[in-house]
Write a protein that binds this ligand. Structure first.
Ligand code: ACO
Length: 322
C-alpha cells in the first residue's frame, strides 16, 4: 500500500438524443406530469435509440472523460463498468467497451451493485490503483434501464432513464492532498426482493422486468444513506459543514430532500439532476458529477460527497477532495 491517494482527474458523460417527457409517458400508461413531478421530481428522461447499447453509452462517456483529461486510451490500463443492463450476459460490458475504445492491454470487468454500482466501482478502482495493479482507470456507470422496464407498469416505468457517466482515476502525486479520502460500502441481502428484476439466466432464463416495493425502498433509503455519509465523515475527521458538494444517487427528489434534511445540508450544496435524467441507476452519480463540474460548481479543492443506495439493498458513500 502507498500513502498516495487516487485522484479523479476528469469526468465525461453521454445522454441518448431521445427525450421522453412525463406528458409523453401519459400517452403510454395511466399517469400525469403532475403525479410524477410531485412524487419523484422527475420531468423527463433520455431513452437509448434502437440498436444503441449500454456499451455505446459507456464508450461515449469514456471518450469525453479522456478528452477532458487530455489523454488517450493508451494511458488507461483498467476499465470498470458499473451496470445492471449489460449488452449481453457475457462477456462483461467493459470488454465490449474496451474493444470500442481500441484497447488491447490492461484489464476490464463489470461491477453489479445496481444503483450503488458507481460508488462500488470507485472504491474498487481506488484499491486496485493503490495496490499498484494499474496506473490509470476509466470508471464508468452506464445503463439502458429502459430495456428492463415493464412499460405497462406505471409504478416503475415512470422512474427510470438511460445514460452514462465516466471518470478517469489515477494515482496522485506524493504529498498531494486531493483524491479519494474514504469510502464506506454496505449491503444487506435480506432486502433483495424489495427491488429486483423478475428474470435471470439461472432462474427463469429470461431478462425480466423491474419490480419494486416503492414504499419499502423509500423507508430504508434515507437511513442507509445517512449511515454511510456519517461513517466516511467520521473516518476522515470531517463534518457536514465541511462539505462543499453533496452528489447523491438520483433516484427520487423526495429521497434526496429527506437525506439532505436529516444531514442538515443546505439545499444549495446538493446537486440535483433527477428532474432531467430520472433514475439512471449506476450512471446517475457520474452524470450528476459531470453536470456540476461542467457548469463550474465543483472546482479543484472542493470537498465532495458521493453516495448511492439501491437493489440488494446495497449502499455506499465516498468522500473526495476534488
Ligand atoms: N401515475 C399515477 N398514479 C400512480 C402512479 C403513476 N405513475 N404510480 C402509482 N400510482 C398510484 C397508485 O396506484 C396508488 O393509487 P391508489 O391510491 O388508487 O391505490 C397511488 O398512486 C399511490 O401509490 P403509492 O405507491 O402509495 O405512491 P407513493 O406515494 O408511495 O409513491 C413512489 C410511489 C414514487 C414509487 C414512492 O414509493 C417512492 O418514491 N419510492 C422510492 C422508490 C424509488 O425511488 N425507487 C427507485 C429505484 S430504487 C433506488 O434507486 C434507490
Amino acid at each position: 500500500m502507498t500513502d498516495r491517494r487516487t485522484i479523479i482527474r476528469s469526468v465525461g458523460a453521454y445522454l441518448p438524443a431521445q427525450v421522453m417527457t412525463n406528458d409523453d409517458l401519459s400517452k403510454i400508461v395511466d399517469t400525469t406530469d403532475e403525479w410524477i413531478q410531485q412524487r419523484t421530481g422527475i420531468k423527463q428522461r433520455h431513452i437509448a435509440a434502437e440498436g444503441e447499447n449500454t456499451s455505446d453509452l459507456a464508450a461515449a462517456a469514456a471518450r469525453k472523460a479522456m478528452e477532458n483529461a487530455g489523454i488517450t486510451i493508451a494511458d488507461i490500463d483498467l476499465i470498470i463498468v458499473a451496470t445492471t443492463t449489460p449488452d449481453m450476459t457475457f462477456p462483461a460490458t467493459a470488454a465490449v467497451v474496451q474493444q470500442k475504445l481500441g484497447m488491447h492491454h490492461g484489464a476490464a470487468f463489470d461491477i453489479q451493485a445496481v444503483c450503488s454500482g458507481f460508488v462500488y466501482a470507485v472504491a474498487t478502482a481506488d484499491s486496485y490503483l493503490k495496490n499498484g495493479l494499474g496506473k490509470r482507470a476509466l470508471v464508468i456507470g452506464a445503463e439502458t434501464a429502459s430495456r428492463l422496464l415493464d412499460w405497462t407498469d406505471r409504478t416503475t416505468c415512470v422512474l427510470f432513464g438511460d445514460g452514462a457517466g465516466a471518470v478517469v482515476m489515477e494515482m496522485g502525486k506524493p504529498g498531494e492532498d486531493r483524491g479519494v479520502l474514504a469510502t464506506a460500502l454496505r449491503s444487506d441481502g435480506q432486502h433483495w426482493n424489495k427491488l429486483y428484476v423478475d428474470g435471470g439466466v439461472s432462474s427463469t432464463r429470461t431478462v425480466g422486468h423491474v419490480r419494486m416495493e416503492g414504499k419499502e425502498v423509500f423507508k430504508h433509503a434515507v437511513g442507509m444513506i445517512t449511515d454511510v455519509v456519517y461513517k466516511v465523515l467520521d473516518d476522515t475527521g470531517n463534518t457536514i459543514a465541511d462539505l462543499d458538494w453533496f452528489v447523491p444517487h438520483q433516484a427520487n427528489k423526495r429521497i434526496i430532500d429527506g437525506a439532505g434534511v436529516k444531514l442538515g445540508l443546505p439545499p444549495e450544496k446538493v446537486v440535483v439532476t433527477v428532474d432531467r435524467h430520472a433514475n439512471t441507476s449506476a450512471a446517475s452519480v457520474p452524470l450528476a458529477l459531470n453536470t456540476a463540474v461542467a457548469d463550474g460548481r465543483i472546482k479543484r479543492g472542493d470537498l465532495v460527497m458521493i453516495e448511492a443506495m439501491g437493489g440488494g439493498f446495497t449502499w455506499g458513500a465516498s468522500l473526495i477532495r476534488w
